[in-house]
Ligand binder design. Structure first.
Ligand code: SER
Length: 456
């Protein structure tokens, strides 16, 4: 099943259960001081959960573009290394605002996966919240009893707050959750090791597919939990993972969501993509980083976060520069290339996300200009790092890291990444001091760097 069809099927399934199909909210958030980017499908519905607004439709479904690169949910450093982390991703979700609760949420999730998508039920495991003393929360017996109707008890697993209590951020709506995991290993491997022992253990082939959150509380600034005025459902399933599973692949990057982009990059660079994941496979990793980051940057720009030195714009700039460094160092590409992949991306996603098509020229021009300007200083910055002759255990001092940032445009996490490749570290405290001193030197500059939000 092609990815377009997979998305369509999800939405029409819930439409058939009386859900209103709505559009994805922008990935860049402008009206919430606690969040810079949408990091989950529920963000746009936060006010309904908190009871601050009343929903006109109590059942809703969509595919939401999300970005997890800052704050509580940050996956940036993992991207490229494995088969399933991304910066930008789509989250398929269904919501109930004070309407249905656990019984329907669980029953429909099972029906869609097993009956509609045809996933082998025997490969599925579910997790439920085991309770938490510090928050005075009991085990989620209700979810456990509902799951027992669908799968044997030994595949219903208990986990604590870290895995099975979902929170949007440091504050805001939250609640116990129940996750559906899938075991994609071969029959022999499954015989040898029980899949239940690999759930939530970072195994690349035993992965979380769908998270069903039962929103019941709001986390306050004090850390206390306040019950919400009503009970809600918030579910989220990684679209790219689902495509991998339904297309019989073992990496998200091998699905038709990413492959056309990888093939185009391979064509331009004249380097084959071999799909390896070991630490020597730098070229393959560079492919994954570039195609992943292109999506984040293109959607970021389409939603109004133009690369800049502050706030959301700087996050987009950092992601883009990370990608440029990867193709420059490992694919030997010395000219802008990401902008040239945009046509393929739009072919893939432009129907469901028309903003990409509408702003194609602008996005393309901005990406190309950004690539070009960083490529102008990247080589000198890399040379500078080379001259440091970094060895395991070395420390890049704060002033050098600041010089790389200020003169050569190296975001600090890029310097850290390169240092780590040599087993070295960066003196982050020294870097912060140098940065602070520079800001103090220029009051005018300092006011520019405050970003969109001010504390008054
Ligand atoms: N909010 C939950 C998550 O992000 C489910 O949508 O996983």
């Amino acid at each position: 099943m092609k990815s377009k069809k997979i998305r369509e099927k999800f939405l029409s399934f819930f439409e058939g259960k009386e859900h209103k199909v709505v559009r994805s909210a922008p990935m860049v958030i402008k009206n919430d001081p606690t969040l810079m980017f949408t990091n989950a499908g529920m963000n746009q519905f936060k006010d309904y959960f908190l009871g601050d607004k009343e929903a006109s439709d109590v059942r809703v479904t969509d595919s939401q573009k999300c970005l997890r690169v800052s704050g509580k949910h940050n996956d940036l450093e993992e991207v490229g290394l494995d088969s399933y982390h991304h910066t930008m991703f789509e989250m398929l979700g269904n919501w109930s605002f004070g309407d249905y609760f656990k019984e329907e949420a669980i029953g429909w999730a099972w029906e869609l996966l097993v009956t509609e998508y045809g996933i082998d039920a025997d490969r599925l495991y579910v997790s439920i919240f085991e309770g938490d003393d510090s928050d005075h929360l009991p085990i989620d017996e209700e979810a456990r009893n509902i799951w027992k109707k669908y799968l044997p008890e030994e595949r219903i697993l208990l986990f604590g707050k870290r895995d099975n209590f979902w929170e949007m951020g440091e504050t805001g709506p939250c609640g116990p959750c129940s996750e559906i995991h899938i075991d994609l290993r071969s029959e022999e491997e499954r015989q040898a090791t029980d899949g239940a022992t690999l759930v939530n253990r970072d195994h690349p082939l035993v992965i979380e597919l769908w998270n069903l959150v039962f929103m019941q509380y709001s986390r306050l600034e004090t850390g206390a939990l306040k019950p919400l005025p009503a009970q809600h459902v918030d579910t989220g399933m990684g679209f790219e993972r689902l495509c991998m599973v339904l297309q019989g692949k073992t990496s998200n990057y091998d699905s038709d969501v990413f492959m056309p982009l990888i093939q185009q990059l391979s064509h331009i660079s004249e380097i084959p993509y071999t799909g390896k994941y070991d630490s020597e496979a730098k070229k393959d990793m560079a492919f994954r980083v570039v195609v992943d980051h292109l999506r984040a940057v293109a959607f970021g720009i389409a939603d109004g976060a133009l690369p800049s030195n502050t706030g959301a714009g700087y996050v987009i700039r950092r992601i883009l520069r990370r990608a440029v460094r990867y193709y420059y160092s490992f694919l030997d590409i010395k000219e802008p290339v990401m902008f040239a992949l945009l046509t393929v991306l739009i072919d893939q996603m432009g129907d469901y996300f028309p903003e990409l098509r509408q702003q194609k020229d602008l996005i393309s021009k901005i990406i190309k200009t950004e690539e070009k300007s960083f490529l102008e200083t990247l080589a000198s910055g890399l040379k500078k790092l080379d001259e440091m002759n970094l060895q395991t255990g070395d420390l890049i001092d704060g002033d050098s890291a600041f010089e790389l940032y200020d003169t050569y445009g190296f975001p600090i996490d890029l310097t850290r990444l390169i240092a780590e490749e040599h087993g070295a570290k960066v003196d982050m405290e020294g870097f912060e001091i140098a940065l602070h001193q520079q800001r103090m030197r220029s009051k005018k500059d300092a006011s520019k760097k405050v970003g969109d939000w001010r504390v008054v």
